[in-house]
Design a protein around this ligand. Sequence first.
Ligand SMILES: [Ca+2]
Ligand SMILES: [Ca+2]
Length: 207
Amino acid sequence: MFKIKSLGAAIGLATLILSPVASANLLTNGSFEDSPELTQAGGGWGFFNPTLVSGWGSEDNNIEIWNSGFNGVDAADGKQFAELNAHPETGIAFTLFQDIVTTIGESYNLSFAYRARNGQESFNVSAADLDSQIQNTSTSEWTIYSGMFTAQEELTRLMFTSVDPETETLGNFIDNVSVVAKVPEPGTLALLGLGLAGLGLSRRRRS
Ligand SMILES: [Ca+2]
Ligand SMILES: [Ca+2]
């Protein structure tokens, strides 16, 4: 009985070590659910000074949040999402950014949902060594982006920047943004599983 118990403890410990790595979103308010009350156009949307939207910033522009269902667009996650091309216009590209505490040399997985408003849109996403321009064409459904970056600083800025339209106020919906420390490769997990199985086997052989 003692041997079975100790094997159980070993598996429990492995689960304990691996599970927090796999699940924690390092972003604050990644799904844009936490914002002031949406007051424009009957409550369907709102735009705010970035200091009022938890987690997110913007360079010289406000941040625009929509309620799920407004103008027929359901959120990809939860009840709200962002329109990168905010309101009103200031004459420079719209940005939406968040600074993340990172470990230099470690890799992180980025994912988010994006959707076009009019069908001919694009935006840039960057973080450390990641720099992608995304053509945003589907107005009928959300598309999931996933990518990876390796931190070069102790603070990494995740940044979305409007490309087309660059300065006009309509376009580029974003929701459900997530940055997680890179999880162990499936191969590593399989090897760990084999190791535990081997442990059980050798214990059985001894008994
Ligand atoms: Ca959301
Ligand atoms: Ca807008």
